[in-house]
Design a protein around this ligand. Structure first.
Ligand code: NAP
Length: 286
């Protein structure tokens, strides 16, 4: 068992990117407080790490869409007297579809989980993070943070919030011991639905898709080095460059073609992949 008393809190740690982050942190000898919806997936990742790595793992099943959950989680951490030196706000849900056809309750959940829970957990845990010599906050945004993606209006907006929130908070905390980074991945094969959707994407879209296991070392290295915005993958960085240099009229044209393509393939799904980005190469929000 390691002698480190600090814990890394990861939300959405039972699946996908959060699970990969938890395993990578365990490999780096970091104790873990894993949060996800209560259920067998959370137990299974907890057992897997406990059996394979010499770190302490605590699991807390919480529905972070519930208003009271963040405060409950915080109070449980206080009651256990845990020191938290890294907060990874990863839990998030996405969707694809026309706004007019979208399910209001999905939009509500998305905003509650992607925006509200991230904001509340950051606010609640900030004082605890400030108690350590060095602490870190990693907020998970998306390539969708930067673009006006058709049929991802609410998801994209929540991820833009994460991007601007993180960068502003970083400025506020510049002279403190708390380092804030925002991770903006493109499409990832994090679950079966997304993997299938990614396989059906455009050629360039498929090339840009990454496995979460390849994203997490980049994310953690970037965070520990104090990088402000972490964009994993050469192709995703190339898309960002392209967005800066392409004239607005060309981006608009490509964007409207992408929209037509999506109209043919439309079906409302709970999740959507930013691997669609190269299909639409939309105009930047910035
Ligand atoms: N996948 C991509 O292509 C992609 C690209 C860019 C950014 N992102 C971002 O990366 C993050 C992780 O995405 P992912 O693809 O890994 O997602 P995922 O595979 O669907 O996993 C989501 C995780 O969040 C948990 N979760 C869902 N609803 C929750 C709730 N109400 N309360 C607490 N935990 C909840 C899930 O727990 P259960 O297992 O119990 O449901 C699961 O552990 C998200 O913020 C997403 O927006 C994803």
């Amino acid at each position: 068992m390691n002698t480190n008393k600090c814990f890394t809190l990861i939300t959405g740690a039972s699946e996908g990117l959060g699970k990969a982050l938890a395993i990578e942190c365990a490999k780096r000898n970091m104790n873990l407080l894993l949060v996800a919806l209560p259920g067998p997936e959370l137990n299974s990742i907890t057992n897997l790490i406990q059996c394979n790595y010499p770190v302490t793992v605590i699991a807390m099943g919480k529905d972070l869409c519930r208003n009271e959950s963040c405060l409950e989680l915080y109070n449980e951490v206080i009651a256990l007297d845990l020191e938290i030196n890294m907060l990874i706000n990863n839990a998030g849900i996405g969707s694809t579809g026309l706004f007019a056809e979208g399910c209001p309750s999905i939009f509500e959940q998305q905003i509650k989980l992607n925006v509200l829970a991230t904001t509340m957990l950051t606010r609640l845990f900030l004082k605890k993070l400030q108690c350590n010599q060095h602490s870190y906050i990693l907020n998970v945004g998306s390539m969708a943070s930067f673009f006006y993606l058709p049929k991802k209006q609410v998801y994209g907006a929540t991820k833009s919030f994460i991007y601007f929130f993180s960068r502003t908070l970083r400025k506020e905390l510049k002279k403190s011991n708390v380092h804030v980074s925002v991770l903006c991945p493109g499409g990832m094969n994090t679950n079966i639905g997304l993997t299938m959707m990614n396989k059906a994407g455009s050629y360039i879209g498929r090339l840009s898709v990454m496995n979460p296991e390849d994203v997490v070392p980049v994310a953690l290295d970037g965070l520990l080095k104090g990088k402000e915005v972490i964009i994993p993958g050469k192709l995703n960085n190339f898309f960002m460059l392209l967005d800066k240099v392409l004239p607005a009229a060309i981006k608009k044209l490509i964007g409207s073609q992408g929209m037509k393509k999506l109209n043919h393939t439309h079906s409302l799904s709970r999740y959507t992949s930013p691997a669609m980005i190269p299909v639409v190469v939309p105009t930047s929000s910035g």
